[in-house]
Design a protein around this ligand. Structure first.
Ligand code: G3P
Ligand code: CA
Length: 245
């Protein structure tokens, strides 16, 4: 089972910051998930929400800021153990850190309602510009239109399905949608990660990865029911890795 660091080692450093990704690498992570957005002047950046409210306390949208404006906000404001200034990193900076260590990279594209027109072309060009990156990449999105556009742009890019408000009842239609874009992975929330659902997903031919698994007990339960990967804020969740030094 893959132990996928979720927004870096985000239990120990402010999520989706360079500090958090460096820490994940130092802890031995090989599999990484992070969230991709686009600034007003077209730069790809890494942050969870569309707005900076939850991380900086300022309710401004990434889409409305140039990177020059965006980088002035402290997105470690929410992280009580260490609020020292950290800015939203450029995607390029994140990949400079995790790329050499990575076996598997999950770019989660936040693009509900196509808020960032053209992000698919831009991200694909970025991935293709880095030697060996395309093979390690899985692109996921909660926005089905975004997955469809990626599939139109590339027949062999690996895609992962994500569904807002997915439930056991809605699993079958979701599997259909995942099949329609020829996804290879199906990513689902821990609250619906029951053995029966994992079996259905796997029988349909997808790898099943579960978010967000932050206790050892849940991690072991996921392993026991055949989950292929868990997204976790604690890359050391199974005691596999510890921070050196
Ligand atoms: O990609 C898995 C997971 O990160 C999706 O949910 O809200 O944490 O981005 P969220
Ligand atoms: Ca995510």
């Amino acid at each position: 089972m893959k132990i996928i660091s979720h927004r870096g080692a985000s239990a120990y450093a402010p999520e989706n910051t360079l500090k958090s990704f460096k820490l994940a690498v130092e802890m031995g992570s090989k599999d990484f998930e992070f969230d991709v957005h686009q600034t007003k002047d077209g730069l790809l950046v890494v942050h969870h929400d569309y707005s900076l409210h939850s991380t900086s306390g300022k309710d401004v949208k990434i889409a409305d800021l140039t990177y020059g404006e965006l980088k002035k906000f402290n997105v470690a404001w929410h992280f009580r153990p260490d609020r020292s200034f950290r800015c939203v990193p450029r995607l390029e900076e994140v990949l400079d850190i995790i790329g050499p260590a990575a076996d598997w990279l999950n770019f989660e594209v936040k693009n509900d309602g196509n808020v960032y027109p053209g992000i698919e072309e831009k991200l694909l060009a970025f991935i293709r510009s880095k030697r060996g990156m395309f093979e390690k990449t899985v692109v996921s999105s909660f926005d089905h239109g975004t997955l469809k556009r990626f599939r139109e742009l590339s027949h062999d890019l690996k895609l992962a399905y994500l569904g807002h408000g997915l439930s056991t009842m809605l699993l079958l239609p979701a599997l259909k949608k995942a099949r329609s874009v020829r996804a290879v992975n199906f990513h689902l929330a821990l609250r619906i990660a029951f053995k029966i659902n994992i079996s259905r997903i796997k029988k349909a031919g997808f790898n099943a990865c579960v978010y967000t698994v932050n206790t050892k007990k849940d991690a072991l339960r996921m392993q026991a029911i055949g989950v292929d990967g868990i997204f976790t804020n604690h890359p050391d969740i199974l005691g596999k890795w510890t921070l050196k030094g």
